[in-house]
Design a protein around this ligand. Structure first.
Ligand SMILES: NC(=O)c1ccc[n+]([C@@H]2O[C@H](COP(=O)([O-])OP(=O)(O)OC[C@H]3O[C@@H](n4cnc5c(N)ncnc54)[C@H](O)[C@@H]3O)[C@@H](O)[C@H]2O)c1
Length: 279
């Protein structure tokens, strides 16, 4: 779970937040928080939707282009009166009236984000700009799912939120790593300049049901090799470490961050860094 809350004092906005929708505080509509989840048809997003939908006070709108996500992940909610699913690419503006935005839309595994790197960086930069523009217009609070990859090839172990990272700006992973760094920059600039209520989570390796078995990441590779009875690929046993977090813990962390008082950035992962003897 969350290891440390970074100091948010330096990020305090001199501007008042834009007025939120009357729904957020209205006596008559106290029962309804309208929440947008971008990338809600994906792995973490669909679990987040499940959790948000458990609360009868929430209405949930998902916007997803189905690049790596699937309607299948949300099939139990399709047709539910408090749920709406929109095929939408976040690189295009979206006009909806909401109180909170969980902005997850972005391919997360190297196989998918390197497939079309220009699209990946557009998703991170233009997509985040569009969501911040929406947050500003409707006075919504917005949470970005950033990544531990903002630390790049870290020179400090473990990384806490005060570490600025060691990132290659021109490498094949930069569309993701630098894309998320720019997305974080946009979040804090909108906060300081326009008073937008922001939350930034830096997610570490997450696993659980609905993760894509062919995404080339360590947990899915390990399971896929076991199922296919293939030899397990273990690089330099005992020398590699990773922080793994189960998806329900991740979702709890995201909701607590959204509903709490800290802007972040905050690492959400597993503080037990000695657990994973492989890459
Ligand atoms: N899974 C992890 O371990 C991990 C680690 C660090 C950060 N994250 C972040 O968490 C978020 C969710 O990751 P995930 O593992 O659920 O990935 P995922 O690929 O399963 O989900 C991403 C979702 O975003 C959608 N999407 C992609 N580009 C889009 C676009 N341009 N417009 C609209 N929708 C788009 C996809 O279709 C998919 O449904 C991402 O922002 C990712 O960077 C995940």
């Amino acid at each position: 779970m969350a290891r440390e809350v970074a100091k948010s004092e330096n990020h305090t906005s001199p501007k008042p937040s834009p007025s939120p929708s009357p729904l957020r505080f209205s006596k008559f509509f106290q029962s309804n928080m309208r929440i947008l989840v971008t990338g809600g048809a994906g792995f973490i997003g669909s679990h987040l939707v499940d959790k948000l939908m458990e609360n009868e006070k929430n209405e949930v709108i998902v916007a997803d282009n189905y690049f790596t996500g699937s309607k299948d992940n949300l099939k139990k909610w399709i047709g539910h009166p408090r749920f709406e699913l929109i095929r939408h690419d976040v690189t295009e503006p979206l006009l909806v009236e909401v109180d909170q935005i969980y902005h997850l839309a972005c391919p997360a595994s190297p196989i998918f984000y390197k497939y079309n790197p220009v699209k990946t960086i557009k998703t991170n930069v233009i997509g985040t700009l569009n969501m911040l523009g929406l947050a500003k217009r409707v006075g919504a609070r917005i949470l970005l799912t950033s990544t531990s990859e903002v630390y790049g090839d870290p020179l400090v172990h473990p990384q806490d939120e005060s570490y600025w990272g060691n990132v290659n700006p021109i490498g094949v992973r930069s569309c993701y790593d630098e894309g998320k760094r720019v997305a974080e920059t946009l979040m804090f600039d909108y906060h300081r300049q326009h008073g937008i209520e922001i939350r930034v989570a830096r997610i570490f390796n997450t696993y659980g049901p609905r993760m894509n078995i062919d995404d080339g990441r360590v947990v899915s590779n390990f399971i896929a090799q076991a199922i296919r009875d293939e030899p397990l690929t273990v690089q330099a046993p005992g020398t590699q470490t990773r922080s793994f977090c189960y998806v329900s813990d991740m979702v709890d962390g995201l909701i607590r961050l959204m509903d709490g008082d800290h802007t972040g950035p905050i690492n959400i992962g597993n503080p037990g860094h000695d657990a994973a003897p492989f890459q």
